[in-house]
Design a protein around this ligand. Sequence first.
Ligand SMILES: Nc1ncnc2c1ncn2[C@@H]1O[C@H](COP(=O)(O)OP(=O)(O)OP(=O)(O)O)[C@@H](O)[C@H]1O
Ligand SMILES: [Mg+2]
Length: 525
Amino acid sequence: MASQKWEQHTMSETFPIFGIDLGTTNSAIARVDDRNHIEVLPNQEGDRLTPSAVLFEGESLYVGNVAAEASGHEGGDVVRDVKRFIGDEHWLWEHNDIFYTPSDIHAIILKKLAQDAEQYTSIPVKDAVISVPAYFNDLQRKATLEAASLAGIRVHRLINEPTAAALAYGYDLPDEDGLQLVVDLGGGTFDVTLLQKNGTTLDIIASNGHARLGGKDWDDRLIHYFSVDFVTHYGVDPLDDPIAYQQLQQRTRSTKHALSRRNKSFLSLSHAGFQHQLQIDRETFESLGKPLLDQCKALCDLVLEDANTSWAALQNVFLVGGATRMPSIQAWITNAWGKPGISTVNPDEAVVKGAALEAARIANTQHNPTPHAQAEPSPYRLKGSVQARDITNHTLGIVVLDSLGRSFVDTLLPRHTSLPASTQHVYYTAYDNQVSVTIQLVEGESKLPEECVEIGSCEITGLPPRPAGQRVELHLGYDLNGALSVELYDTGSNTSQRVDLQRGSHRTATETQWMKRQLQSVRVQ
Ligand SMILES: Nc1ncnc2c1ncn2[C@@H]1O[C@H](COP(=O)(O)OP(=O)(O)OP(=O)(O)O)[C@@H](O)[C@H]1O
Ligand SMILES: [Mg+2]
């Protein structure tokens, strides 16, 4: 039945590409339908947001609410907030003697989104645009691409989350040209991005953020506050017990949400035979979160400084991400900008809607490859379709030695370079008969290697033995996804080698294939 429906769809919709927001707390999938409406697709439970939590139970995997709300002993087998660890090769989750990387967990979440969307639309989800925080580095971007590949999804573009949100607003407010600031505070990440909208183009001018600054950090401060009070009263720490901790995490989130609407709320927990209830007022909560808010403000000021502009010059300030519902965030924007931030597009859905718009734009381009081609009627012709031009968000560098043999970072591509980007740099071999070159690439704004993030290293071997001072060229390119490729060209021997950066999970191709089959064979519920 499903395949019959699919055939019907292929007649009218040649390129079904979906937009996916793979969030720390919640994920979502959307598409632009035949009537040019952006449709956020409900999951099997009827919800437009799917909590990014996975419950492992025997051979079964559950994603979404059922995992996020699992309590008691079940809670021990729930994995949440994995996006905070994506790209971290040391983070592994063990279940039934299988070790899952953050990419594997994301692949499981993607499978659930794809399965449910497929059931709703009767269209297989094989192609997607996936959003990532603008501040994700190369490792995190490639780990996201790996997750999609494990889930059997072809990624046409990784789009930066604030860029996607700006596209959604561009669709909603097509005539609003000028400087736009997107302030995106989600569950795990903070992104602030300045864009210039001019008719149908959207140029990203500057961006900054933090991959570990989000609503969860406000939760953690409240959890800590409660646990200190519990210890003071009863001498036992609920955080030492994983089940109590997990219960506290869930309750804290509800308390935090209540404090967005009320001036006071309560947090209670029964642990080790003690029942404790603590009243929390908004003022206390805001003072706990003040250092986090200050971090958001500082990052935002950096973006405006980078672009040599000010709050007064901003045409629009868009609030994106569930955590921008906190009154302290809204008050900050109102004070700084002089007007309340705009949240006419649901802050939980702006990113996925923008990803769907980008998906539709790409599908449309594939349908009509050149602007001068005889325009065929396309299911994806959009009103006010906007093209976003993204930038790199980190300076890319290589670790080299100075004349005294000390390591320092030589800049290859400065941050805020427009994508796609490529560059070439010339280096010389350091000693006679040097037959190998070590390449260590880093992202960061410092000249000190230890202050940057290493995104890969490799040793190129097999150079012919020659005197020192041989010229080698390093060719680098960022594609539209912000993912990096590197090639070393040895001018003397006229040979080039593609640099295979060691990264990620260090899995062999066979192990990756095994995991792919493993994930294909399980039904995610
Ligand atoms: N009413 C509210 N008051 C305060 N915080 C809220 C409210 N509603 C949602 N949040 C918080 O918003 C966060 C989730 O937001 P969102 O779904 O945008 O994040 P995400 O997209 O999953 O994360 P990220 O973009 O960081 O990867 C959670 O920390 C949640 O507690
Ligand atoms: Mg988000």
